[in-house]
Design a protein around this ligand. Structure first.
Ligand SMILES: [Zn+2]
Ligand SMILES: [Zn+2]
Length: 127
């Protein structure tokens, strides 16, 4: 009956591009923490209790929104890892091929000859 009040958390991906000024949540989330020194906010969905990390908008940087398992996880969150996840997701995931980087035996990002961290940090593939 009140399906218009149902949240979209379950259907949203675990990580996606967005920030505090540009995200699909509107005013629906409750802000739990605001950490300007980390350019980060922690928010909670009042419907399903899902925690969401949302980057504070920053010039020349793609922001990320991400599902967070617990408040403690958020305290230790490394947003670079989220950006790597996002890049992998944009490329369609991981293949069974081995990274071409010398002595790296991680699996490749789809369409690339390198694993997520070598693609991101060494080949500068950020998206
Ligand atoms: Zn929700
Ligand atoms: Zn590698």
């Amino acid at each position: 009956m009140d399906s218009q009040t149902m949240c979209r958390c379950a259907e949203l991906p675990n990580v996606f591009v967005g920030n505090d000024e540009n995200n699909p949540f509107g005013e629906t989330l409750t802000e739990l923490e605001w950490a300007p020194q980390r350019w980060a906010t922690l928010n909670q969905c009042p419907d399903c209790q899902q925690l969401w990390h949302i980057d504070i908008a920053k010039q020349n940087d793609i922001g990320v929104c991400a599902k967070i398992a617990s408040r403690q996880d958020w305290q230790q969150l490394d947003t670079t890892n989220l950006k790597i996840q996002l890049m992998v997701q944009n490329h369609g995931g991981i293949t069974n091929d081995t990274c071409q980087w010398k002595q790296c035996n991680q699996l490749c990002v789809k369409g690339l000859a390198f694993c997520p961290s070598h693609a991101y940090f060494e080949m500068d593939i950020k998206q």
